[in-house]
Write a protein that binds this ligand. Sequence first.
Ligand code: SAH
Length: 297
Amino acid sequence: MKRKTLLLLTVTIAALFWVGTLIAHATGTTDQHGKQDGKANARMTIQRRDNKEAGQTERTGTLLMTNKTTGQMKNRGEQQERNKVVQQTENREAIKLARALRRKGINDARVLAAVEKVPRHLFIDEKLSAYAYHDRPLPIEKGQTISQPFTVAFQTQLLKLQPGEKVLEIGTGSGYQAAILCEMGVEVYSIERYHLLYQTAKETLNKLGYHPNLYHGDGFEGLPEHAPFDKILLTAAPEEVPEKLLQQLKIGGWLVGPLGGRMGQKMTKIERISEEKFRKTLHGDFIFVPMQEGTEK
Ligand code: SAH
């Protein structure tokens, strides 16, 4: 009787141990498993990308993978790994977006290449992910917007950036435009008036390996301590061009921005010909959020 009980007990323990091992493998309960899961998931997504029928499912799978991976990455090596995963898996959506922008008239190959590389879905609220690669503006915190990709590409194209140039952006917002500028190989300075947006953009950009010089401040002041700039980009609309910004332009450099009231603005390029002389050209109608004075939380 005693031997029978002992035998039964041994068998039960062995069975429990076996089931336990199976569960651990299936869910990846340890950190190590978590990491492996991330990779397996990435592989799965890549395979799915190869399936032409995948359509909408493809993006859903990709986004799930990315979100899951984000939570697990801890050190720099892992972050680089994540960047690679993000770049590999998101390429197809961003490439489609770049193609759409080319059809709409963007013809600077370097701008289109930058659009292909930056994972726009990571600059917006997860709930809006499905629209991340549509050519439309989307809301971000504090009642602001991430500009329409066409507008970002159009303004970047107007800047005619050369690698190594010093560029000042007014209105960091989500950080997406700043990422595009980083991809263009220029030295980026960007100012945002809302501390929350400044902070969020900084985290997003740094996680992706972009390190522009970011400031919480009032863009009307510019950054006199870092002037002069080769190019200045306004991504919020003032009624008139801020004089202090013009004074922070290099001679031969130019400012690109929407100028005008809340009802609509003209995309304007103002080139600094000499110390005192500026030349202005207009490049179509746009609607931007207004440029506002001062800073806020
Ligand atoms: N470039 C951004 C677009 C953001 S919308 C992107 O890629 O997401 C314009 C941004 O300009 C908003 O975040 C707004 O808060 C900011 N802004 C408005 N007035 C400003 C000012 N005076 N100084 C700095 N940022 C300003």
